[in-house]
Structure formats: structure tokens, C-alpha cells
Design a protein around this ligand. Structure first.
Ligand code: GLN
Length: 531
């Protein structure tokens, strides 16, 4: 059976949760037995978000095949438990790059290369690619940005063409906001009407309108939107604000989003969605018996989206442990010798976050020293692991001035060094050690205990590594390498066995935590915080 396509666009405002609606729909269709995948089209000109500062666009999510992608792909994976890949995230930059490469190769045979048809053809090709090899029944493609933006126009135009070509086999969901005017005590639909008009001006008629709202919408409002926007009244549905994104699939099921979509696509409803395990997860989320506080030490803490996957991993791991994990956000640059104990003394665990560059490094080292000395459970991820190595080198091995060559290229003790494979790299974009690599665990280690298996595969995003020349010195003093890449011998995990729970990973466990498969290291870390 050829794949069917669902498009998700957004209007009125950004950040309405298109990614969550798209993920929720995917979850519901999957729970009815369909094979689904989610795709995100981003209208910015960067080739990928890998070169973007997290303040711009939140976390950069990494897939198994090493693509640096939009954080919505994290939601897709967390909801459906299906790995995504490079093909699931396309930007304007990548589209143009592909078209320009073709032009240079002479593929256009002397034609003038234009937005229509060449750019739109390339967009359509990227969308259809996912539906091509009979892996999926339904491809759900989310168009980033807001309808009416200049940047989104080629994407909307490509959708218009695709819908024309594919006829009844596609559905377009438009997500908008119905603001509540407190002074008037009224919910307003005019912005939705205008945003649908702007879609119509581009030749695209939505089939389903999802209205994000703070208050329940009555039938009068739904009928009004239906009338003004040419959709069936049943196809106007609400997405009420919720306290956790994981409730959205339930709300969408209650609003019958999956049924409407399947009917419009001409696909059988099969059975009711099987959401038993999801319900159990939601139950655990709400009915916890304990609470813990974990300090998240990083330099982008003003923007929680910069650490999206870490936050979600704690939600998954908390539910497994029947506890709620509160995060205490700590900006590493604010930690000093004088306030570090005061700031951290009440927390049950400390996570030092990934990152790049010098800013806030000293604060991270102070937090790690505190965790190590006070026997507080510690998880260091990527840069956080590298900092744990540096802290140990300076304060235990007494290698004064030990550092990463990222921060101090001429350090006397380069305990974190540039990877051999990185030495000739000049370009910044897409050139780190990226994606999934195998790792072998040492039996009896905390990591082995957590995973319960010897061989694992985890995702990476870094240029620097633990310098193996120092490995023996570290091991003799009590910091062990407990995870190694079997091909290269690179240190992927360090631990201090004499400590309550002190683990640093060169990889990013947070990218693989899903509702169905909470990440073993986060689960074990939370358990250690509870004990
Ligand atoms: N900046 C470090 C490196 O490139 C760590 C990267 C990270 O934390 N993702 O090796």
C-alpha cells in the first residue's frame, strides 16, 4: 500500500505545539496498528541546527545516523519509540544546497533554476522519500514556522502541489490559537479565520483545524470556525492546555483526531487505539510517592528547551521510580567557591550538562568537586563527563592546570584531547563525531548494572575525548573507564566505584530515552538519588 500523507501547519503564533500534536497523532495511529513516521520541515537557511546556538532554537537533537536535527524529532521518538533519521528533518538550507549542487552538476540541462518548480520539486522529493519504500503507512510532515511567513511559502506551495497530485490521499491539519480576552471574558476566533485565509490565499484548504486554547470551546465556537474556514464542524477540535505534554495523545483521542484523519485518508479504523501502557505511564506520572531534586548545571539554563531531552528523560525515569524529579536550574557561571555548598546542599543529585566552550566551566568544576566530595549522585554528560575528568585530574591527581585542549590548547596536562579523526577538520557544520556508536561495558560497573547487558549503542556529538595516555593514572587513583568503544578503544564512560553513584558519559543518553524505554542510566541515577 502506498503511504498516505498528513501535513501539519501552524498559524497565529509560534510555539503552539505542532510537534506535540504531530507526535500525538503518530502515537494514536501507531496504537491502532499503523506504521507511522514524523517529519519536520524547517524554513531557516542553516543546513541543520548543528551550528545554531541553543538560545536560538533550543536543543540540537541527534539521530542514530548522526543527523543534527530539530528538537521536535526528540518528541517524535519519545512518543512513538521509533528512531528517526536525517530524512526526518529538512531545512530550507538543505533544500537549496541540494538544488544548487544539482545545478552545478548540470542536472537541469540549461534551464533557469527557480523556486517553482525546482525548489518545490526538491521539497516534494524530500517528503515523498519517507513514503517511498513501503516502510510506513502514514507520513506526518510538520511545516515549521507560522503560515504567512515569507520563509514558509515554498513549503506551503510544495504541499499545495502534493495535495493536488495525491488527491484524497492527504490530510492537512492546521493548528491555531484561540486567545481568551480576560477583560471581555471571551474566546476569540478571528486570528484563526485570518490564518486560514492566508492558507487559502496560497491555494491550500485545511481539512482539520486544531484550536489551542486555555478554556473549553463550546459548540458555537466550533461551528463558527467550521463555517468561516470551510471545514466540517466535527473536524474543528480543541487542544486544551495540559500540565504534561504526555496527556495530549489522550486529549486528541477524546477529540477523535485519529478517527477523523483515518476517515479522511480512507483508511480503516482497525481497533480502538491500544494505549494501555501509555495510560499506566500517565498514572505513574501523577501518582508518585516521593519527590527528589536534581541540580541541572549548565550554561543555557534560562532556556529550558536547550536541555529538552534531559528534562524529558527525568520525567520517564521518575515515573519508573514512582517519584517526581524536580529540576533545580543552576547557571554554571553563577557558582563560586563561596556559594557552591549553599546552592547544592539540598539537592539529591547533580547533573552537569553538555556544552561547548569556556563560559561557565569553572562553575561546572565546582559542582563536580562538590558532588564527588559530598558523595552526591552525579551524572556528567559529554562536556559534563569531560569536566569530571578534569576535576579529578586537578584535585585528586594533582595535575595542576589539567584541562581540555578545547579550553586550553596549550595545557601541560591535556586529559581531554582532540580526537585523532578531528585534527584535520576545518568546517564546523556536521563534522563532529556524530550518531550511534557501540560501547562495551565493564562487568560489575554501575553502567553495566544499569543496562544489564555488556554491549550498548549510544549517540554522540563531540570533538574531544578522554586522553587514553592518562587512563592508568586515573584508574590507579580510583576513576575507572567502564565503557569503551570496541573499535577505537575510546573511553566512553568513566566512574568512581568508591562513590555512591558517579558516572560520566561521553555520549548523550538523553537522546534515547522514550516513554516506552526510559533510559537505564537515568533510571539508575534517579534510583541512586532516592537511596
Ligand atoms: N565541547 C565538547 C566536545 O566537543 C563536548 C560536547 C558536548 O557536550 N556535546 O567534545
Amino acid at each position: 500500500m502506498a503511504a498516505k500523507y498528513v501535513f501539519v501547519t501552524g498559524g497565529v503564533a509560534s510555539s503552539l505545539g505542532k510537534g506535540i500534536i504531530a507526535s500525538s497523532l503518530a502515537k494514536l495511529l501507531q496504537a491502532r496498528g499503523y506504521r507511522v513516521t514524523n517529519q519536520k520541515l524547517d524554513p531557516y537557511i542553516n543546513i541543520d541546527p548543528g551550528t545554531l546556538n541553543p538560545y536560538e532554537h533550543g536543543e540540537c537533537y541527534v539521530t542514530n545516523d548522526g543527523a543534527e536535527t530539530d528538537l521536535d524529532l526528540g518528541h517524535y521518538e519519545r512518543f512513538t519509540n521509533i528512531p528517526t533519521s536525517q530524512a526526518n528533518n529538512i531545512t530550507t538550507g538543505r533544500i537549496y544546497q541540494n538544488v544548487i549542487d544539482k545545478e552545478r552538476r548540470g542536472d537541469y540541462l540549461g534551464k533557469t533554476v527557480q523556486i517553482i518548480p525546482h525548489i518545490t520539486d526538491e521539497i516534494k522529493r524530500s517528503i515523498k522519500l519517507l513514503g517511498a519504500d513501503d516502510k510506513y503507512d502514514v507520513v506526518i510532515t510538520e511545516i515549521g514556522g507560522t503560515v504567512g511567513d515569507i520563509e514558509s511559502l515554498p513549503f506551503i506551495e510544495a504541499v499545495r502541489q502534493l495535495r493536488w497530485e495525491k488527491g484524497e490521499r492527504s490530510v492537512l491539519i492546521h493548528l491555531t490559537l484561540v486567545p481568551y480576552l480576560a477583560a471581555a471574558g471571551e474566546l476569540k476566533t478571528k486570528p484563526t479565520q485570518h490564518s486560514v485565509k492566508s492558507l487559502l490565499e496560497n491555494g491550500v484548504q485545511p481539512d482539520i483545524i486544531v484550536l489551542r486554547t486555555e478554556h473549553n470551546l463550546n459548540n458555537t465556537i466550533r461551528r463558527k470556525v467550521a463555517l468561516f474556514c470551510n471545514v466540517d464542524p466535527e473536524a474543528v477540535i480543541q487542544s486544551l492546555d495540559v500540565d504534561t505534554i504526555y496527556k495530549v495523545p489522550m486529549n486528541m483521542r477524546d477529540e477523535k483526531l485519529d478517527e477523523i484523519v483515518l476517515n479522511q485518508l480512507g483508511l480503516p479504523l482497525n481497533h480502538e487505539p491500544d494505549l494501555e501502557s501509555w495510560e499506566r505511564f500517565l498514572y505513574k506520572l501523577k501518582n508518585y510517592n516521593r519527590k527528589i531534586t536534581v541540580a541541572l548545571v549548565g550554561k543555557y539554563v534560562e532556556l529550558h528547551d536547550a536541555y529538552k531531552s534531559i528534562v524529558e528523560s527525568f520525567i520517564h525515569a521518575g515515573a519508573v521510580n514512582d517519584c517526581k524529579v524536580e529540576i533545580k536550574w543552576i547557571h554554571s557561571a553563577t557558582l563560586t567557591n563561596d556559594n557552591v555548598v549553599g546552592t547544592l546542599k539540598d539537592v539529591d543529585g547533580i547533573l552537569v550538562a553538555p556544552g561547548f566552550g569556556q563560559r561557565g566551566i569553572e562553575g561546572k568544576l565546582l559542582a563536580i568537586e562538590y558532588a564527588r566530595m559530598a558523595n552526591v549522585p552525579f551524572l556528567g554528560i559529554c562536556l559534563g563527563m569531560q569536566m569530571a575528568v578534569i576535576e579529578f585530574a586537578r584535585n585528586v591527581l594533582r595535575l595542576e592546570g589539567a584541562d581540555s585542549v578545547e579550553m586550553a590548547p596549550r595545557t601541560k596536562y591535556p586529559v581531554i584531547d582532540l580526537m585523532e579523526s578531528q585534527k584535520d577538520v576545518v568546517n564546523k557544520g556536521g563534522t563532529m563525531r556524530l550518531g550511534a556508536y557501540k560501547c562495551e561495558l565493564k562487568e560489575g560497573s554501575r553502567a553495566y548494572e544499569a543496562y544489564g547487558t555488556k554491549e550498548i549503542e549510544e549517540r554522540h556529538r563531540h570533538r574531544y575525548e578522554f586522553n587514553s595516555q592518562y587512563r592508568k593514572q586515573f584508574e590507579d587513583a580510583g576513576m575507572l573507564t567502564t565503557g569503551v568503544n570496541p573499535e577505537t578503544g575510546l573511553t566512553e564512560i568513566i566512574e568512581i566505584p568508591s562513590h555512591k553513584w558517579f558516572v560520566g558519559t561521553q555520549f548523550h543518553p538523553e537522546y534515547k530515552s522514550t516513554v516506552t524505554n526510559p533510559h537505564p542510566l537515568f533510571v539508575a541515577f534517579v534510583k541512586a538519588c532516592l537511596s
